[in-house]
Ligand binder design. Structure first.
Ligand code: GLU
Length: 352
């Protein structure tokens, strides 16, 4: 049995679909690349987006941002997306098997074991698992799904292909002088601030969602490469460890992170900041629940279930997680013993 760690490749809608139709030449390019990697002995999992864009083209009415319409669009488009990919891969002598997953399938223990077993068998059989989110159930984000998969499969690396060459120090769409950042040695709040101004407008993810994926991977010890789908040989270079796009190195951690906790802390970019008193540091260090009385002020609009940063009075970002409560920035002192971040719902950035 082949035990080599797989490579998870995620390709976005803008790289496979144009004007609501399959871009056949991009698909052929992709399948040629996968065939070359497969022939070289790599085990590949492909996460491909595009179902919603294909389905949208078949719907008559409604706002494209409406979540229920997106579910239906995905249900309409997924078949066409998989069929086109399957046929193209088949002409390159590759066999694909479709897996439609939600984050719960990768974070719930029983689902995860079951999914991992099926994916591993597919890889052992030389089959390429073709993954998309099960968007008919709930639309989330394939960048994050790819990162969760990389963690579950203990992947060698996750390669995220998008419509920009990687992370820049300013917006490459509007600033010709924007410079690519080739290596991020450690994920940090600083890096995210940079991504906030270099966000890509196309696709559902944008650069911030790629950085959510980068946090999950880097905290699980998996390398991520963010590169342009149109860069020649981007995937092969990323897989071979040659310089392409932005490489995010894994963080050295003493402790294995719980995948459910990673998902709850990084499923979306943070909606706001909980400005806390200095007592919050001890709470986070001891991995306790953060109570309302530690929250002195709030920046941004945080709804229940949104992701929030925990900052200390000196500005240090010490944790990120899913807030149980909603806060409006107009509210200043919150003095309550109610738990804001449950202990299992956040990730600490303090050194182990
Ligand atoms: N899974 C969605 C699709 O196939 C897109 C979500 C994403 O791009 O992250 O259309």
């Amino acid at each position: 049995m082949d035990q080599r760690a797989p490579i998870v490749i995620k390709i976005g809608t803008s790289s496979l679909i144009s004007a609501g139709r399959i871009d056949q030449s991009r698909m052929v390019e992709l399948s040629d690349t996968l065939a070359a990697l497969h022939a070289a002995g790599h085990r590949i999992v492909l996460v491909a987006s595009g179902a919603i864009a294909l389905g949208n083209a078949r719907l008559r009415s409604g706002a494209e941002s409406d979540p229920v319409r997106r579910q239906l669009a995905a249900a309409l488009g997924q078949n066409a997306l998989f069929d086109a990919l399957r046929r193209t891969l088949e002409s390159a002598a590759l066999t694909a098997a479709q897996f439609l997953l939600t984050p719960v399938d990768l974070t719930d223990d029983a689902h995860r074991d079951s999914v991992r077993g099926a994916l591993q068998l597919a890889l052992d059989e030389g089959v390429i698992p073709l993954v998309n989110e099960n968007d008919a159930v709930m639309v989330r984000n394939n960048d994050v799904l790819a990162a969760l998969l990389g963690t579950v499969l203990n992947a060698q690396r996750v390669v995220i292909l998008t419509d920009v060459p990687g992370l820049h120090d300013s917006n490459p769409h509007s600033n010709d002088d924007a410079r690519l950042i080739p290596v991020i040695s450690e994920m940090s709040a600083e890096i995210e601030r940079l991504a906030g101004v270099s966000v890509s407008a196309a696709g559902t993810g944008g650069m911030l969602s790629k950085l959510c994926a980068a946090w999950i991977s880097s905290l699980s010890g998996v390398e991520v490469v963010i590169a342009s789908a149109s860069e020649p040989n981007a995937v092969v270079r990323a897989v071979n460890g040659d310089s392409v796009g932005t490489l995010v190195r894994p963080r050295e951690r003493n402790k294995q992170q719980d995948i459910g906790r990673l998902w709850r802390a990084f499923s979306t970019p943070p909606a706001g900041q909980l400005m806390c008193d200095s007592g919050a540091e001890q709470v986070v260090r001891q991995e306790g629940s953060l109570l309302g009385r530690h929250v002195v002020n709030v920046e941004g609009e945080i709804r229940p279930g949104d992701i929030a940063n925990v900052l200390l009075p000196d500005g240090r970002l010490v944790a990120r997680g899913r807030s149980r409560l909603g806060f409006s920035s107009s509210r200043s002192a919150i003095s309550t013993d109610t738990s804001v971040l449950q202990k299992c719902d956040y990730v600490s950035f303090l050194e182990d």
